[in-house]
Design a binder for this molecule. Structure first.
Ligand code: GAP
Length: 463
């Protein structure tokens, strides 16, 4: 156990130092709300996506995958209600012109603003508390009126002239709209029958007023979304089922149960019949990690009305026609990434030394095994270590390292969360004939070492 103070700073510094997360456009001085994933970050993010996909698409009997376009016909976002209603409350400081989210400023002084509060009500609440609210940049309390700020990111994709003032296109604000507009395609081309699901992982974009808390709130982020299409009667049971499944997902990932909790939405958005969040205990407190929503037939009806294309489902046994209802599970890759860093960051003492160790479960670890020659200046050891690397790297993400001494290499691999380190020494080459063609395997968590035959190494590492 370690002192939990400054955990966010510790995590961000490790993530930068070890090549997990860099500030976006770093050499240009950064770009607000933008981050890049480095060599170990991309591996971790890919493993998070693989784990989600495996659980949702591979292991469920009736869920299929999709990869829809980021930029769609602009009318998609009119029909979905995003052009008119997808906004956050913005307030501007009159002293320094910093724009903030009114509900977040209220939250910071302990006043909760309802998600669905009208701008008029929010203005009244803001004015009532004005004296206590400080601008996060200049510290003054001199604000303008609260107004709605639309979060859709516009683009003029296409060969328009510079002064083109026509209809803009939008970068998708959530990936699930791509699923709804492909509902009929999937139904017509695959063998799915209601109840069935469509899953998608991909980038989403929002003009967040104040991106903050590291990778928690970004303008460009990635979502993993699953939409189950069900009968109207089974919507609420499906919703309860998926709440259980998603809760279990985090426990199976190795999250401590005390670090997750439910937060039901107090007021539902217009389309939702029920909605709840799984919150995670981030270094800045419990915040939304994932949303599970019962969306009724809102989305399919909206797209059917906008296009005139029937999105009804014909039940092959009852001959009944209806618009399926939707249960959604939606989570951000970036937020899961931050939750994973938070959950598995640890400091302990090993061999009388304090170390930092990321205790990632093997399936999430960016590198599964590191292979070292005991000494870098002994060509026979280096050559044998490269041979071992070639064997294991065909089965798992491996890293060859002959920099510095073995102790330093262990520290580095502990910090990037590598479960096993394999060292090739003189015994491997037969100095002790009993150990010919064996290597030492060191366990990240216990520091203990075992001699393992190269022949059975892959199976050993795969556990
Ligand atoms: N389709 C439903 C939907 O998009 P949401 O609650 O707005 O619902 C779902 O977003 C998830 O996407 C959130 O729980 C969060 O994990 C992630 N997310 C939303 N906005 C984000 C942002 N600005 N930065 C990073 N992740 C975000």
């Amino acid at each position: 156990m370690f002192d939990n103070a400054n955990k966010l700073e510790k995590i961000t510094s490790l993530a930068k130092r070890r090549g997990f997360v860099f500030s976006g456009s770093d050499i240009y001085g950064g770009f607000v709300g933008s981050y890049d994933y480095g060599p170990y970050g991309v591996e971790l993010a890919n493993n998070i996506k693989k784990t989600w996909w495996k659980r949702i698409v591979n292991e469920e009997v009736n869920i299929v995958g999709l990869d829809s376009a980021i930029v769609t016909h602009p009318k998609v976002w009119e029909a979905s209600g995003h052009v008119d209603g997808f906004s956050d409350p913005l307030v501007e400081c009159k002293e320094c012109n910093t724009r903030s989210r009114a509900d977040h400023l209220l939250e910071e002084i302990g006043v909760e603003a309802d998600e669905k509060m009208s701008v008029v009500d929010l203005n009244a609440l803001f004015s009532k508390n004005k004296g206590d609210i400080k601008c996060p940049k200049c510290g003054q309390s001199n604000f303008g009126q609260v107004s709605n700020f639309n979060l859709l990111v516009k683009t003029n994709l296409g060969n328009f002239s510079d002064d083109w003032a026509g209809e803009p296109a939008y970068l998708r604000g959530e990936t699930c709209q791509g699923i709804y507009i492909n509902f009929k395609n999937v139904l017509d081309t695959t063998r799915v029958k209601v109840p069935f699901g469509i899953a998608q992982i991909g980038k989403a974009f929002r003009n967040e007023i104040a991106p903050r808390q590291y990778i928690f709130r970004k303008r460009e982020f990635e979502q993993m979304e699953m939409q189950m299409f069900v009968t109207p009667e089974s919507e609420m049971d499906t919703y309860e089922d998926w709440k259980k499944k998603r809760w279990q997902f985090y426990l199976d990932l190795g999250f401590k149960e005390e670090n997750i909790r439910w937060q039901n939405h107090k007021n539902l958005v217009f389309y939702a019949r029920a909605a709840t969040d799984i919150e995670y205990n981030f270094p800045f407190g419990f915040k939304e990690l994932e949303g599970v929503h019962a969306r009724g037939d809102y989305d399919l009806t909206a797209h059917q009305e906008a296009t005139g294309v029937s999105l009804e489902y014909l039940d092959p046994t009852t001959n009944e026609k209806y618009i399926p209802h939707v249960v959604e599970a939606s989570v951000g890759v970036d937020r899961t990434f931050l939750a994973v860093l938070t959950e598995f960051y640890d400091e302990d003492e090993l061999g009388g030394e304090t170390r930092t160790v990321m205790r990632f479960p093997r399936e999430l670890a960016p590198i599964k095994v590191a292979v070292f020659p005991l000494l870098r200046n002994k060509p026979e050891l280096v050559e044998k270590a490269k041979e071992v690397f070639t064997i294991v790297s065909k089965h798992m993400r491996a890293e060859f390292d002959d920099n510095g001494n073995v102790g330093k290499r262990y520290r580095r691999q502990d910090e990037i969360g590598t479960p096993h380190c394999v060292t090739i020494d003189f015994d491997t080459l037969g100095e002790n004939p009993e150990h010919l063609d064996t290597v030492t395997v060191r366990d990240r968590d216990t520091g203990e070492q075992e001699r393992v035959k190269i022949e059975g190494l892959v199976e050993y590492l795969q556990g």
